[in-house]
Design a protein around this ligand. Structure first.
Ligand SMILES: C[S@@+](CC[C@H](N)C(=O)[O-])C[C@H]1O[C@@H](n2cnc3c(N)ncnc32)[C@H](O)[C@@H]1O
Length: 349
């Protein structure tokens, strides 16, 4: 469960545009192991990743042959405070000139040059030294929205990265616009962004397998987060698994919302198996969501136009009418109480 302080770390990140949280190799390995077959013969693009410092580059370069990639492209961004390197993967001398120029690296093969039987980051380093053409300066600043990065995006099959939290919506919008497959890290709270929620609702993006609990900061320290995980449109086995349920609906146990035409189900495992109508469930449901079993209809979060909403409160109803209008409300001992944000779902007919 997310802690209040870890969630507010993310809010703060978005607010002060502190986007400098670096993904650890173990977290990338843990998630990527589930998708190996889907990478065969694919062009992978990491577009928020200084190739000399990102573990995404390191992972794909070291696993280039194991995944049978066709090509790996990574680009860095001018303004990154680590450009120039607090977290260098390589001995950079001779590989990258001084300064903060944004770079692109494109590789189409990685050989076991040091003949140790495995592809290591040393092999990648040797490859970059021998094949100077595989890295070059970008003309612009490496912004993922820049023309030259969009051209690289167009050539890519799958985009994999941890994009800047503060630009998450624009980042996803661009991937969608170009119809790309992706596996990216994002904040659970992103589902309350209207445009992003529409993608979730329409099954254009879903949760990956895991959460990412700690990121490295440029000063080398770790920062903990409670509500960060993977989003993807690559297939996952878990979205085909049926959620096993055992509870039956009864009106005494399940409250009806006062302002939505739906019932409150406070725990995902308590979804009543025989309820045909709309149900409000915790947003953690997304981790269990199988689109063949359920349909997502909406979210009870600042959505005054939600078609399942039955009323808007005024100050005559309650002094807390603003809080109540923000979410779904239930009556407890004759007093109206707002619930947490809920996904509105129903069983697929
Ligand atoms: C959350 S960090 C993650 C870095 C790296 N992908 C990783 O996971 O270790 C986001 C990165 O995106 C870079 N960035 C910020 N704005 C960008 C933009 N407009 N275009 C490309 N990269 C950007 C930041 O400098 C930062 O390095």
């Amino acid at each position: 469960m997310a802690t209040k302080s870890s969630n507010s770390n993310l809010h703060r990140a978005a607010k002060v545009k502190n986007d400098e949280f670096y993904t650890q190799l173990a977290d990338i390995e843990k998630e990527l192991k589930h998708y190996k077959d889907q990478f065969r013969d694919k062009i992978v693009y990491c577009n928020c990743d200084d190739p000399f410092e990102s573990n995404f580059f390191k992972y794909f370069a070291a696993n280039f042959n194991a995944l049978r990639l066709k090509r790996l492209i990574t680009t860095s961004y001018t303004k990154s405070p680590i450009a120039g390197g607090q977290l260098p993967l390589f001995e950079m001398e001779g590989l990258k000139p001084d300064g903060k120029e944004p770079y692109v690296i494109e590789i189409t093969e990685v050989l076991d040059i040091n003949k140790d039987g495995a592809i290591s980051i040393e092999d990648v380093e040797t490859l970059l030294r021998r094949n100077k053409k595989s890295s070059r300066k970008l003309q612009g600043n490496g912004d993922f929205r820049s023309e030259e990065c969009v051209e690289l995006l167009k050539r890519a099959d799958i985009v994999v990265t941890n994009p800047p939290f503060s630009l998450f919506r624009q980042y996803v919008a661009q991937l969608m616009e170009h119809g790309k497959k992706f596996l990216i890290i994002g904040n659970d709270n992103a589902i309350s962004y209207k445009d992003f929620f529409e993608f979730i609702k329409k099954n254009k993006v879903w949760n990956g397998y895991g959460k990412v609990k700690e990121f490295k900061q440029p000063d080398g320290t770790l920062k903990k987060f409670g509500n960060v995980g993977w989003y993807t449109n690559l297939d996952t086995t878990k979205r085909h698994e049926k959620l096993t349920l055992y509870k039956k609906y009864n009106a005494k146990e399940y409250s009806k919302y006062d302002n939505y035409n739906a019932i409150e189900v406070p725990k995902v495992s308590d979804i009543p198996i025989n309820h045909k109508g709309v149900m409000g469930v915790p947003v953690t449901f997304l981790d269990k969501y199988n689109p063949n079993q359920f349909e997502i209809l909406g979210i009870t979060d600042r959505d005054s136009k939600n078609k399942y909403r039955t009323k808007m409160y005024t100050k005559e109803d309650s002094p807390k009418y603003n809080d109540l209008n923000r979410r779904a409300a239930i009556k407890v001992n004759n007093e109206l109480k707002p619930t947490y944000a809920r996904l509105l779902i129903k069983f697929k007919q």
